[in-house]
Design a binder for this molecule. Structure first.
Ligand SMILES: [Zn+2]
Length: 94
């Protein structure tokens, strides 16, 4: 399978396998964190200090304190893995 790796900080997006993403330096499930559970989702260039996870876990923000970008990230995480996983053609039913 491939996963849409979407950086929640800079909006970079690439389509990679989990291994490719991990080797490229992404913090992204399923290698880092778990689909559907809030944790940093960042590209190799961005700091987790600007993530939804940091705002909630470190800064103690509640949902009403989040930016529109962070709210969108929360919604995307709740939709995982269906909204970011692209199955291999070989896995599709005949
Ligand atoms: Zn980034």
């Amino acid at each position: 399978m491939k996963v849409r790796h979407i950086c929640e900080v800079c909006d970079a997006e690439v389509l990679l396998t989990p291994d490719e993403g991990h080797e490229a330096g992404w913090d992204y499930p399923p290698k880092m964190g778990v689909f559907g559970v809030v944790s940093p989702r960042t590209c190799p260039n961005c700091s987790m200090a600007h993530t939804l996870w940091w705002a909630v876990a470190v800064d103690g923000f509640t949902v009403d304190m989040l930016t529109p970008r962070q709210v969108a990230t929360l919604a995307r995480i709740h939709g995982e893995p269906d909204n970011i996983v692209v199955p291999d053609i070989d896995d599709a039913p005949l």
